[in-house]
Design a protein around this ligand. Structure first.
Ligand code: PGA
Ligand code: ZN
Length: 426
């Protein structure tokens, strides 16, 4: 049973305050979880509660959320059985009382929800992935390594937020990490040789001053080849344009090229990139409010490419169910802090799988040293994870945790490779 809940204000990878929660059980088991934070957030995400006091952390303090953890939430959850995750999460949801967790804050709820799960796993003497996923939780996910950053995650003119590489042809997760790292370093050399800067963005990927996606894609493909891999066969490419960020007034505004594309032109442009490069997955190719665009892109590319809904679904089972009915996308990005409790995330993932949609476990652009999502990717058997680049400890900590899990599973471990990608032409 839970005997103590304690929240504190710590820093995330961008140097902004965030919530960390310790949960202690009567047998002494400790669960600790830190909450991440997005920059290109969906409008329908659960609410991240910030103090708004300009005198502290430029208004970004989370003392009120911490106050909720140590006050109301601790009062309601202390004494509960930590192994009863859904009962704990239902208590959090009911206590908050709003549809988007705006009263207590999704950051308060999530810190408690994850820390409870981790304490229960410690108490059961099991690693988190096995505690939540059972003995069948042996599938190591395909990593989507974000090696070039743009959009809201960097100061360069790139409109697209993320250019990722996916080692679909690796034999193991550890091999996939090695291959990703090798390409990352080849790319650094190529950028240097071309007099581009090699500073990194929020997720540890390079942030060169380039204006178009084609320019980046050409560098990335060349780096894959120059490292000795076959683009598409060994290592494929994935994109997250995060198109909600540059969709205004019904059209897509490309700053880099200084041109506006209509919905049709924008989708045709993406289709052209898919023709020209070994792209297997596009996340948020169109904006969260562009339902016609989502229908069009799904119709045009849904049988060739995995189309991942991030902002459009916000890890919310209602939004996902609407999307499945409307026939948009064929995959969902899952971020625990978009919805605020572990149980709700698991329900959303299960609903996606039942509809034949793939699930990509995801970090946020603001992260911490907390590696829970690595375990959640294995626990759900979702088969794909994106958690940034191959540099910066806030990102590599998740890859390192997956390496440990693979090692611990030994001969039972299986590497997903390309098997869970949806929308692939056969
Ligand atoms: P965010 O970006 O964490 O800044 O929202 C990640 C994403 O868009 O997938
Ligand atoms: Zn996204």
């Amino acid at each position: 049973n839970i005997v103590k809940i304690h929240g504190r204000e710590i820093l995330d990878s961008r140097g902004n305050p965030t919530v960390e929660v310790d949960v202690v059980l009567d047998d002494g088991s400790l669960g600790r979880a830190a909450v991440p934070s997005g920059a290109s957030t969906g409008t329908r995400e659960a609410v991240e509660r910030r103090d708004g006091d300009p005198g502290r952390y430029h208004g970004k303090g989370v003392r009120a959320a911490i106050g909720a953890v140590n006050g109301e939430i601790a009062a309601a959850v202390t004494g509960m059985d930590a192994a009863e995750q859904s009962a704990v999460d239902e208590t959090l949801i009911a206590l908050d009382g709003t549809a988007n967790k705006s009263r207590l804050g999704a950051n308060a709820a999530l810190g408690v929800s994850l820390a409870v799960a981790k304490a229960a796993a410690v108490s059961a003497g099991q690693p988190l992935y096995r505690f939540l996923g059972g003995a069948d939780a042996t599938l190591l996910p395909l990593p989507l390594f974000n090696i070039v950053n743009g959009g809201a995650h960097a100061d360069n003119p790139l409109d697209f937020q993320e250019f990722m590489i996916a080692p679909v042809g690796a034999d193991t997760l550890a091999d996939a990490v090695r291959m990703g790292s090798e390409v990352f370093h080849t790319l650094r050399g190529a950028l240097r040789a071309a007099s581009h800067n090699t500073n990194v963005g929020d997720e540890g990927g390079f942030a060169p001053t380039m204006a178009t996606a084609e320019e980046v894609l050409a560098f990335v493909r060349q780096a894959i080849t120059d490292t000795g891999y076959t683009p598409g066969t060994d290592i494929a490419i994935a994109l997250d344009p995060a198109a909600s960020e540059f969709y205004h007034g019904g059209a897509y505004h490309y700053r880099g090229e200084d041109r506006v594309r209509t919905v049709e032109e924008h989708v045709a442009y993406l289709a052209g990139l898919v023709d020209a490069y070994p792209i297997v997955s596009i996340e948020d190719g169109v904006a969260q409010d562009d339902l016609d665009g989502w229908k069009l892109i799904t119709e045009r590319l849904g049988d060739r490419v995995q189309l991942v809904g991030d902002d459009v679904f916000c890890t919310n089972v209602t939004l996902l169910t609407d999307g499945i009915k409307a026939g948009i996308a064929n995959s969902i990005l899952v971020k625990v802090n978009q919805i605020g409790t572990l149980s709700e995330m698991l329900t959303t993932a299960r609903t996606a799988h039942e509809a034949g949609y793939s699930v990509v476990m995801s970090h946020r652009s603001g992260e911490t040293e907390d590696t829970t999502i690595a375990d959640l990717a294995v626990a759900t058997g979702c088969g794909q994870i994106k958690t940034g680049s191959l540099s910066r400890s806030d990102r590599t900590s998740k890859w390192n945790q997956l390496i440990r899990i693979e090692e611990e599973l030994g001969s039972a471990a299986r590497y997903a490779g390309r098997t869970t990608l949806t929308g692939q032409a056969v």
